[in-house]
Design a binder for this molecule. Structure first.
Ligand SMILES: *[C@@H]1O[C@H](CO)[C@@H](O)[C@H](O)[C@H]1NC(C)=O
Ligand SMILES: *[C@@H]1O[C@H](CO)[C@@H](O)[C@H](O)[C@H]1NC(C)=O
Ligand SMILES: *[C@@H]1O[C@H](CO)[C@@H](O)[C@H](O)[C@H]1NC(C)=O
Ligand SMILES: *[C@@H]1O[C@H](CO)[C@@H](O)[C@H](O)[C@H]1NC(C)=O
Ligand SMILES: *[C@@H]1O[C@H](CO)[C@@H](O)[C@H](O)[C@H]1NC(C)=O
Ligand SMILES: *[C@@H]1O[C@H](CO)[C@@H](O)[C@H](O)[C@H]1NC(C)=O
Ligand SMILES: *[C@@H]1O[C@H](CO)[C@@H](O)[C@H](O)[C@H]1NC(C)=O
Ligand SMILES: *[C@@H]1O[C@H](CO)[C@@H](O)[C@H](O)[C@H]1NC(C)=O
Length: 339
């Protein structure tokens, strides 16, 4: 009995020593460490946290605070992940119990090495996206999806040249209990051409109506873009062809529920990497290009709800090598399925 409790005591001491060392054993950069901690405390003090989600944010072991990750040997904060783990559409009480809101303090920019920031699905209702996010130059990942920010996306985000994942999406959902807030827009899109490391761009339900058809030419400059999500962005008119198709890594393009009045964008046939195309719920017209059936990697094609024409049996005779999901319904196709 006694041995066990002595052992327990030793283990507890060892634990204490190691966790203390893990955060505070860096005397050579002691001042940095103190300022990382102060910055986090200041960041916390701006937030409203009625359910005490951030109760672990006290004491000196900030590398162990909930949602914080430090660089292994230096105690420098590299990640803040405070996304709300409960989707709004499931249990409202659960979502609400993790709801953070309030103000985001500019002192955040003192975390010079921050690489990962996820505030998705919290409730910064009606607040603009802080402009100073644009000076977090080391960010690789920024997720503000469903966080209910409003206003225009700051164009100084163009300085985030290391950013690989940018998710600003919302979803239009309606509930009896509350209204899902969505009021983000973009002034011009030219600055996006500077996000040269971008792999993932999610802007579903961001109002892009002021961009016109320039989005194609601008996003075509992003050399390693793999996923593009622009559903319900109030994009309209034609989908022009870029002068030269640069999107050689594009795997997913989802631009459903816009107001495109356009022929099918034939230039997508030049993007042989494409695995998933969703242009449903628009006003595409003209023929469905037979070449779609020859895209070597296409698994998912959703074109429901347009005015596209074509001969279904001719289309189905193409090879469709990898196709798993094909929905061409709600169009003006003719011909027989089996002929
Ligand atoms: C909601 O929270 C309750 C209590 O914590 C939990 O039992 C339940 O699994 C949660 N529901 C969902 C959908 O996560
Ligand atoms: C989230 O929390 C903030 C402040 O605590 C509150 O104003 C807001 O109404 C909450 N949102 C919901 C939908 O519960
Ligand atoms: C952003 O956060 C949402 C909600 O937490 C999540 O569903 C989505 O996958 C995230 N986006 C990226 C690019 O990781
Ligand atoms: C980048 O930041 C500098 C200064 O912080 C600013 O003057 C410049 O306009 C920014 N660039 C973009 C593309 O926003
Ligand atoms: C998008 O913005 C335009 C111009 O500001 C506005 O007229 C339009 O109503 C907005 N669309 C939506 C769906 O909010
Ligand atoms: C293609 O991508 C390269 C590298 O990002 C860029 O310099 C070039 O302008 C792009 N071409 C077009 C036509 O957008
Ligand atoms: C698509 O590829 C063909 C050759 O395979 C080329 O002639 C054409 O210019 C390309 N189109 C665009 C828009 O890059
Ligand atoms: C559709 O294509 C098939 C195969 O090429 C052809 O036999 C058939 O006549 C076409 N049907 C119509 C209505 O054009």
């Amino acid at each position: 009995m006694e041995r066990i409790s002595i052992l327990g005591f030793i283990v507890a001491i060892l634990y204490f020593i190691t966790t203390e060392l893990a955060c505070n054993g860096y005397t050579h950069i002691g001042n940095n460490i103190q300022s990382e901690q102060e910055t986090l405390i200041d960041f916390k003090s701006g937030l409203k946290d009625p359910n005490n989600r951030l109760s672990s944010w006290k004491g000196s072991n900030y590398c162990y605070w909930q949602g914080i990750t430090c660089e292994k040997d230096t105690g420098i904060v590299i990640s803040i992940d405070l996304h709300n783990p409960y989707p709004r559409e499931n249990v409202y009480e659960n979502w609400s119990s993790m709801n953070l809101s309030g103000e985001i303090r500019p002192s955040l920019t003192k975390l010079k090495s921050l690489k990962y920031l996820d505030l998705s699905f919290n409730s910064f209702k009606g607040m603009p996206i802080p402009q100073f996010f644009g000076s977090l130059k080391n960010l690789l990942y920024l997720n503000l999806s469903g966080a209910e920010f409003s206003g225009t996306i700051p164009s100084n985000f163009g300085n985030l040249s290391n950013l690989q994942y940018l998710d600003l999406s919302s979803e239009i959902l309606s509930y009896d209990d509350f209204e899902y807030f969505n009021d983000l827009s973009i002034g011009n899109i030219e600055w996006m051409a500077s996000l040269v490391s971008l792999k993932y761009l999610g802007m579903d339900y961001v109002n892009l109506s002021s961009v016109g058809s320039e989005w194609v030419e601008v996003l075509n400059k992003l050399p390693i873009l793999t996923e593009l999500h622009l559903d319900g962005c109030s994009l309209f008119g034609s989908i022009p062809s870029p002068s030269f198709v640069n999107f050689t890594s594009l795997l997913v393009i989802s631009i459903n529920s816009n107001q495109f009045i356009s022929m099918f964008p034939e230039w997508l046939l030049n993007v042989s990497s494409l695995g998933s195309i969703d242009i449903s719920y628009n006003q595409l017209h003209g023929r469905i290009p037979l070449g779609l059936g020859e895209l070597p990697n296409l698994q998912y094609l959703y074109l429901f709800g347009n005015y596209l024409e074509g001969n279904i049996s001719q289309l189905l005779r193409k090879s469709w090598k990898k196709i798993e999901f094909l929905n061409l319904g709600g169009n003006e196709l003719h011909g027989k399925f089996f002929s």
